[in-house]
Design a protein around this ligand. Structure first.
Ligand code: GTP
Ligand code: MG
Length: 256
């Protein structure tokens, strides 16, 4: 990439006990390619050294002790400082080195939302057989129920403009893993196929133990799809961070 992109970007990582991978994930994020780059974690009260490692790497740490992957993002989307948000897991699975190119694509093609498909280019060992099958079932069900056409409904890497949330309808409601499929359903429904696209990226084996509960989370994801289709899903917590959440920017983060 030749010139520095004239945009401000927040790379947002949800973390819960990722001490083995968080340092490497942060180091893999390219620097110096956009006007302003904020890198931050929204930490779900990790009991290991995750927050300490992130602070030592010089990135922003926001503590959201309410549990859940979706809860972390519903806070992070609100408190992120910059105009473009990039998300990925803090476990070295997603190709952080592609972030500048993906942001450039968002700008060049005047897109609002990119979801990164993992299924097409998944590397050996990145997904167990049962996870692969579960992903296929969920993605297939989502396509049938919503006709939105994304290949990978469970991908956690997105590149989008924060301004999409100016439309209340674009704010996801789920506090758990189903937030991932909800993001894509909302994007295709409210932004349309021209502004919300899917791009295939490599997906790599995880570093560190996952906390995901294969059957439990799979079932919750499936149940969410049907509840959403029938208009029965409910928001349990309000959108956004709480003023009381500790944040390294406010210098009120407790020691870990
Ligand atoms: N803040 C916060 N982060 C969470 C929570 N649960 C999971 N995460 C983080 O969300 C990301 C996704 O969780 P993973 O465990 O990687 O889930 P997954 O990608 O479906 O599972 P793997 O394929 O095994 O990686 C990781 O960076 C986790 O550390 C939570 O309750 N709170
Ligand atoms: Mg992961």
């Amino acid at each position: 990439m030749a010139a520095v992109l004239p945009v401000s970007v927040t790379v947002l990582l949800p973390t819960r006990n990722e001490e083995e991978a968080i340092g490497m994930t942060i180091d893999s994020i390219p620097r110096g390619w956009c006007k302003d780059l904020e890198i931050m974690i929204v930490d779900g009260n990790s009991s290991d050294a995750t927050r300490k490692i992130a602070l030592d790497k010089g990135i922003r740490v926001h503590l959201e002790d309410r549990k859940g992957y979706g809860r972390a993002y519903r806070t992070g989307f609100d408190v992120a400082k910059n105009d473009i948000i990039v998300t990925l897991d803090a476990d070295c699975t997603y190709p952080a080195e592609l972030i500048p190119k993906l942001v450039e694509r968002l700008l060049d093609d005047d897109l609002d939302f990119i979801s990164c498909d993992r299924l097409t280019l998944a590397e050996e060992g990145s997904m167990s057989g049962i996870h692969g099958f579960g992903n296929w079932v969920l993605s297939f069900t989502a396509r049938v129920l919503f006709g939105y056409g994304f290949k990978d409904s469970q991908s956690g890497m997105w590149v989008f403009r924060k301004s999409i949330f100016n439309d209340e309808k674009m704010k996801p409601t789920n506090d758990g893993m189903p937030l991932s499929e909800e993001m894509k359903i909302l994007a295709r429904k409210h932004l349309g196929r021209k502004k919300a696209v899917e791009i295939s990226v490599p997906y790599r084996p995880r570093v560190g133990e996952a906390e995901i509960h294969t059957w439990g989370d799979g079932w919750k994801n499936l149940r969410f799809l049907f509840a959403k289709r029938l208009g029965l899903h409910r928001t349990l917590t309000p959108w956004g961070g709480r003023d009381s959440n500790p944040d390294s920017l406010n210098k009120n983060l407790p020691e870990q």
